[in-house]
Design a protein around this ligand. Sequence first.
Ligand code: ZN
Length: 301
Amino acid sequence: MLKRCGIAVCLLCVSFSLHAQAPVADMHLHYKWTQQDVTSPAEAIALLDQHNIVMGVVIGTPAQLALQLQALAPARIVPIFSPYREGGDWYRWAYEDATVTRARAALSSGQYRGIGELHVIGGFAPAFDKAIVLKQLLALGNEFDVPVMIHTEFSRPDFMLSVCEAFPDTRIVWAHSGALLEPADVDSVLSRCGNVSGGLGARDPWRFVNNPLTDEAGMLLPAWKALLLKYPGRFMTGSDPVWPVDQLDRWDEADSGWQELGRFWSFHRRWLAQLPPAVARKIGCENAVVLFAPSSSLSCD
Ligand SMILES: [Zn+2]
């Protein structure tokens, strides 16, 4: 009898753990040519189901690949317009007037609900005063009332401060929350610019390894935890599924990032669980839904 009870209890545990994964919203998904080679749109949606991801912001490369996912799950997938079509576009976009024309056409079509991810990397990007294309995209974000996702990579927060102060009416999603910056620098941006939300996609043990959010045991570092608690309505997270990890601009090899969603989200769920439940729910789900899909009926329950 005892033995039978043990088995019953065990089965209960299994079913509990399957459903115990809190719903999350993934604010940073890519769907690229190289990913489509190994993950069909239907498989991608099945993976979202499997990991209880109730909403996904999808950056297609090229942009229209995101629409293939949205066609299968219209409420859950939020396609945002990426200007990238081929290798090298991650730095070229900032110098081409056509980027703005294409972005306007994409937003006018009503099919996209954001712009990004735009890479602004030290050594490749124009200085802010010369960043004409970026400024026009930020103005478009305001005109169409959609968020603009920007990935900055500098050792100081000055570039993002210039951006957010110059465009206070544009909602800006700061991909990776500065990537290389200390919590105090991130705080300086969030405290001065109420229009900035911090994304934590790819802030995991495999990317940005020199600026971790957690220690090796997965425990949030005190300064990051304090920052998340100071701004519970301003952070969101995501997987940024790129795998192998050095594949940012590779075009000749399959990218199996979607197969790693479980890896990325187990890490994020672990640190989210160290926050008060209401804060974890906001950062893990609600903030992204409110920002990217405010009129949807998507639920984080
Ligand atoms: Zn990025």
